[in-house]
Design a protein around this ligand. Structure first.
Ligand SMILES: Cc1cc2nc3c(=O)[nH]c(=O)nc-3n(C[C@H](O)[C@H](O)[C@H](O)COP(=O)(O)OP(=O)(O)OC[C@H]3O[C@@H](n4cnc5c(N)ncnc54)[C@H](O)[C@@H]3O)c2cc1C
Length: 171
């Protein structure tokens, strides 16, 4: 099996598959595994007997007849090698699902702008986590600039509740 990606999601996936007995090829575009992955994951991956680490590599081709059978990876020196592969898991980034709250101000990647990130607006200073629409709040991964972690999302939510109380008190 092949996992593509160099950050924590890819590292967790590779270790999880290997823990269930799979031989895993981990394809990382960057040259240094620890650049974007927590060291607790990178250290386990480097020493795991069922994970083959391919840093500085890029997937160039998927091949198969009906189902996936192999991939072609480009090595750091430009050489291309074919690896057997029956399943490929891709962890190369996430896009926010933010088209539905149309009209909210967003950053260039589609994450919702709140409070200090908003352009100055005429209707007063926004409350923490308040969006460009007064009384609409955004928290967690969807919020522009948030740390994409569970604890951060939970903290954002608790903070937004305070803002809701402040908004209600001011009405
Ligand atoms: C593979 C992976 C591994 C991770 N590992 C860790 C980790 O080890 N530790 C850690 O702290 N963080 C980890 N994270 C990050 C963590 O999962 C997120 O930061 C966290 O879940 C963000 O919470 P959230 O509530 O903002 O968003 P989400 O958890 O994404 O929740 C958003 C919810 O909104 C729903 N939704 C979307 N649109 C609509 C709509 N129109 N109407 C109704 N519902 C809608 C979605 O279905 C989803 O259920 C990981 C993420 C991934 C992808």
């Amino acid at each position: 099996m092949t996992v593509v990606g160099g950050a924590n999601s890819a590292g967790q996936a590779a270790l999880s598959l290997a823990a269930h007995g799979a031989a895993v090829d981990l394809i990382v575009r960057g040259v240094e595994l620890g650049a974007r992955m927590s060291s607790y994951l990178a250290d386990r991956i480097r020493t795991h007997s069922r994970i083959r680490l391919h840093t500085g590599n890029m997937v160039r081709e998927l091949a198969g007849d009906g189902t996936l059978a192999s991939i072609v990876v480009e090595r750091p020196d430009g050489r291309q090698d074919r690896l057997a592969c029956r399943a490929l898991f891709c962890f190369i980034g996430a896009d926010p699902v933010s088209s539905w709250p149309a009209g909210l101000a967003k950053d260039d990647d589609g994450f919702v702008l709140t409070d200090s990130r908003l352009p100055t607006r005429s209707s007063g200073t926004p409350l923490p986590f308040e969006t460009s629409a007064p009384r609409v709040f955004a928290v967690g991964d969807l919020r522009s600039g948030s740390t994409k972690r569970v604890a951060s999302a939970v903290g954002d939510g608790a903070g937004a509740v305070s803002s809701v109380h402040a908004a209600l008190a001011s009405d």
